[in-house]
Every structure is written in structure tokens, then in C-alpha cells.
Design a protein around this ligand. Structure first.
Ligand code: HEM
Length: 391
């Protein structure tokens, strides 16, 4: 069978600016399609995307998730970019301090920060939902709870965005990001040492856990990337999306305020619709017939989480924001062995944000032109002016 072809650059400004229509066109072509401009396959329907995530021996992460081999050389070895036993050992170190049962001690800090923020924003009434609302908690968590030295404070967002820009072949955005990724590595080499880290912080826990699993000091320092790179833009994107979605669908805000137990599901629905990480690739380990196409060893396949999350065969009225829908099949946090290790922390932050706003806000309104962040991997608003009516 001839593979369906979608002859558009997946990382072009056009697709990044208006991805939903592009995903719809891709899904209509078939479960797995060929992207000649990116020289890779793309799993665009839910079923093949899920299957790839659940077959990590056939679809490898350990050769890197980027389409660009130079980028992979820099990232291979992190939890995200490793396989099998190496992945398991590494994940055992960094996932432990942020497991659901470990987060109770972080709750008072996050709750306090969310309450202070909600007070400030509801007295301002007009604010930017990205800069003033969504960014505040994730950044202060990296600094305060992770316990990194203040030196990196102003660079953190830049470094995180740069990491996500690298997941493309060779466009200007990825080229510009190399230098920033080097900066992050150097920062961690120099400052990511126990003597520079705040006591009681999550990073310090890495240095307690890592030696038990046979890791050196240098390896432990680089492991802190697990808390920086993937934690910021993802959570920020979801928080801003929630503000947008509730402004567009006020009846959903009413529903949430009338029953705060709906908050967790509202968060999953926002992660489904926003899908902050739109796609990562895997390396095909051996020749395989897969959902109607023939993949060869060494091919790359993009798992397009964002498209899978709008597959109508799994999610009815997939483009509608509905906080009561069954969301458990969404792939916004991934699936299988590489499923997001920070999801419990992200959920906690987002829950506190919504709970604090629900106590004070009657209505969200869009308040001017929103702009889209031009990032190769992260889907997010760059700016989102909003106005809130208070209770
Ligand atoms: C709403 C927020 C978030 C979203 C949507 C998200 C999404 C994802 C996705 C889709 C993956 C799977 C990647 C794959 O299939 O290869 C992943 C993995 C990961 N995430 Fe998150 N993430 C979020 C928040 C966080 C936070 C707060 C942290 C850290 C504190 C974090 C750390 C990680 C790490 C380290 C991995 C790699 C896990 C592994 O390979 O075993 N994430 N995330």
C-alpha cells in the first residue's frame, strides 16, 4: 500500500499558528502518514499514537526524540531520551521526590502562592493570562521548591523554551536554541552542586537518591534538567489555556464554581485540548508493518499527541471544551514508561490556581488580541490579555 503523504512542513509557522485544521487534514489521510518535508512518519490518529507509546522496545527514545541528530547528541541520557534499564534507573531518582504521595509537603507553599496571586489579579482586574497569571507559580516552584540558586532565575524560561525548540530538523528556531541549551548545561555543571542548592529543595533530594543508584556527581547535576526543561512551558501553557477556555465558555466556569470537585477533570480537559507538547519522535528499532505502512529500521516517527487528542473516534465533539467529559484516554501527559513524571505536581499547581480564582472570579473575558508562541514543540499563547469580573 502507498503511504498517505502530507506535504507540509510540520514545524512551519503556518502549522504552528493554526495547528487544529492541519491535524484534521492529517487524520483524514490515515492513521500513520509520511511527512516528506520532515523526512519522518507521523502517527496522527489516537490508536497508532497510543500503540507507539506502549511499545518502547520497538519505538525507542534512547536515540533521542528530536529529528535533528546534533540535538539528540546533546540530550541523550536524560529520562526522556533513554530506554530500558538506563531509563528506569534515572527515572527512579528524579521521579521519587515528585510522586503523588510526596507532594503533601509542597501543598502549603503552592496554596499560599496561588492565594496571593489570585488576590493581586482580582484587584488588578485586567492582566495578561500568560505573563501575570500562568507563569508565576511554575517559575517560583522551580526556584523555591526545586531549590536552584537564584543565578538562573531570569534565564529559566528562556532555557526551557529553547529545549522545546530543538525538536525539529533544521529551522531557524532550533538553530537559535543550541546556544541556550549549552548555557543550561554549563549552569548546571557549575551551580548544580549540593553546596549551591537550597536545603530541603527537590534538587537536593536528587543528590541523596542518585548515589544509591550508582550515579556520579556530574550525572546527578544534569538530572535536574528533569525539573526545569519540561516543567515550565507545559504547565504555563495549560494554565493560560484554562483562562482562555473559561472566557470562551462561561457556562463551564459556572459549572466549575458550582462544584469544585470538577477541577481535576477540567485540568485534564485543558491538557487534552491544549496538548502543550504537540509531538515528540521515536526511532524505529526494526522493520515493521504498522497501521498500513511499512516502516524501516532507523526511520523516525512523530507521535502527534495533539492530533490524537482530537480524534473524533475517541473524543466526541473533540474540539469542544467540556469539563464533564471522560478524559482518561487523552495523551497530553503521554502514556507508558515515559508518561510524564511531573504530572502530579502540574495538577497540584493548576488545581490550586483554579481553586483560588474560583473563590473570587465571576467571569473571565478576553480583553484584546492574543498572540501565539512560535515554538517548534510547545503549543501556547505568548500573550493573552484578559479581564475578570469579581464576585
Ligand atoms: C501540564 C503540564 C505537563 C504536560 C502537559 C507534560 C507533558 C509530558 C509528556 C507528553 C511527556 C511524555 C514524553 C514522551 O512520550 O516521551 C512528559 C514527560 C516528562 N515530563 Fe511532563 N508535562 C507536564 C509537566 C511536567 C512537570 C511539572 C515536570 C517536572 C517537574 C515534568 C517532567 C517530565 C519529565 C522528566 C518527563 C520524562 C519522563 C520519562 O521519560 O520517563 N513534566 N511530560
Amino acid at each position: 500500500m502507498v503511504a498517505p503523504i502530507y506535504d507540509v512542513d510540520f514545524y512551519s509557522d503556518t502549522v504552528i499558528s493554526a495547528p487544529i485544521a492541519a491535524y484534521r487534514e492529517m487524520r483524514a489521510l490515515g492513521p500513520v502518514i509520511w511527512l516528506p518535508q520532515n523526512h519522518c512518519w507521523a502517527a496522527v490518529q489516537h490508536s497508532p499514537a497510543l500503540e507507539i507509546l506502549r511499545r518502547p522496545k520497538l519505538f525507542l527514545s534512547g536515540k533521542g526524540l528530536s529529528l535533528n541528530p546534533d540535538v539528540n547528541k546533546m540530550l541523550i541520557g536524560s529520562s526522556l531520551n533513554s530506554d530500558g534499564e538506563a531509563h528506569r534507573r534515572q527515572r527512579a531518582v528524579t521521579a521519587t521526590p515528585i510522586m503523588a504521595d510526596q507532594l503533601a509537603s509542597l501543598t502549603p507553599f503552592i496554596e499560599g502562592a496561588a492565594e496571593t496571586l489570585a488576590d493581586r489579579l482580582t484587584s488588578q482586574k485586567h492582566f495578561d493570562a500568560v505573563v501575570d497569571f500562568a507563569r508565576i507559580l511554575p517559575v517560583s516552584i522551580v526556584i523555591e521548591l526545586v531549590g536552584l540558586p537564584d543565578h538562573g532565575k531570569d534565564k529559566m524560561l528562556d532555557w526551557a523554551a529553547a529545549t522545546f525548540n530543538l525538536f525539529d530538523g533544521y529551522n531557524a528556531r532550533s538553530e537559535a536554541s543550541f546556544a541556550k541549551l549549552r548555557e543550561l548545561r554549563e549552569f548546571l555543571d557549575i551551580y548544580g552542586k549540593p553546596e549551591h542548592l537550597q536545603s530541603g529543595g527537590l534538587s537536593k533530594r536528587i543528590f541523596e537518591e542518585a548515589p544509591k543508584h550508582g550515579f556520579s556527581l556530574e550525572q546527578s547535576a544534569q538530572m535536574m534538567r528533569d525539573y526545569i526543561a519540561p516543567s515550565l512551558d507545559t504547565t504555563i501553557s495549560t494554565a493560560a489555556y484554562l483562562a482562555y477556555a473559561f472566557a470562551k465558555a462561561p457556562e463551564q466556569w459556572d459549572l466549575l464554581c458550582s462544584d469544585l470537585d470538577k477541577i481535576p477533570n477540567a485540568i485534564e480537559e485543558a491538557v487534552r485540548l491544549a496538548t502543550p507538547i504537540r509531538a515528540f519522535s521515536r526511532y524505529v528499532a526494526e522493520d515493521v508493518e504498522f497501521h498500513g505502512v511499512t516502516m524501516r529500521e532507523g526511520d523516525r516517527v512523530l507521535v502527534v499527541y495533539a492530533s490524537a487528542n482530537r480524534d473524533e473516534s475517541v473524543f466526541e465533539n473533540a474540539d469542544t471544551f467540556d469539563i464533564t467529559r471522560k478524559t482518561h484516554k487523552h495523551l497530553g501527559f503521554g502514556q507508558g514508561v515515559h508518561m510524564c513524571m511531573g504530572m502530579h505536581l502540574a495538577r497540584l499547581e493548576l488545581k490550586q490556581l483554579l481553586a483560588s480564582m474560583a473563590k473570587r472570579v465571576k467571569r473571565w473575558h478576553l480583553d484584546g488580541e492574543a498572540t501565539i508562541a512560535m515554538n517548534n514543540t510547545i503549543r501556547a499563547f505568548e500573550t493573552l490579555p484578559v479581564r475578570v469580573e469579581t464576585l
